[in-house]
Design a binder for this molecule. Structure first.
Ligand SMILES: [Zn+2]
Length: 100
């Protein structure tokens, strides 16, 4: 499967690029007129890279963020190679005190 990358003329409902522990890069984007989010990832568990699409839903997750356990809204997907979960906590924009 090859995901369609966002281009200059595309309207995106969501876009994030993160770097997780171990330099694993994850990019998630969703086009405005589509239901599925596109995910390009390097798995922090097995270090394999992959691509997938899934419904964009957030759920409450207990995660450790900067050494503190917190319950956050997170987008979770499973690695196609090792099956382990990869969670991205909700993006909080810099310069804003309250999350959306
Ligand atoms: Zn994996």
């Amino acid at each position: 499967m090859t995901l369609r990358k966002p281009g200059p003329g595309d309207k995106l409902a969501y876009f994030t690029r993160r770097t997780l522990a171990g330099n694993c890069a994850i990019m998630v984007w969703k086009f405005e007129d589509e239901d599925l989010a596109n995910i390009e990832y390097t798995c922090p568990h097995c270090k394999k890279s992959g691509e997938k699409q899934q419904l964009f839903e957030r759920e409450k997750k207990r995660m450790e963020i900067k050494g503190k356990k917190k319950t956050v809204d997170a987008f979770t997907f499973a690695c196609d190679n090792c099956g382990k979960e990869i969670s991205l906590e909700k993006w909080v924009k810099k310069g804003r005190k309250k999350a959306e």
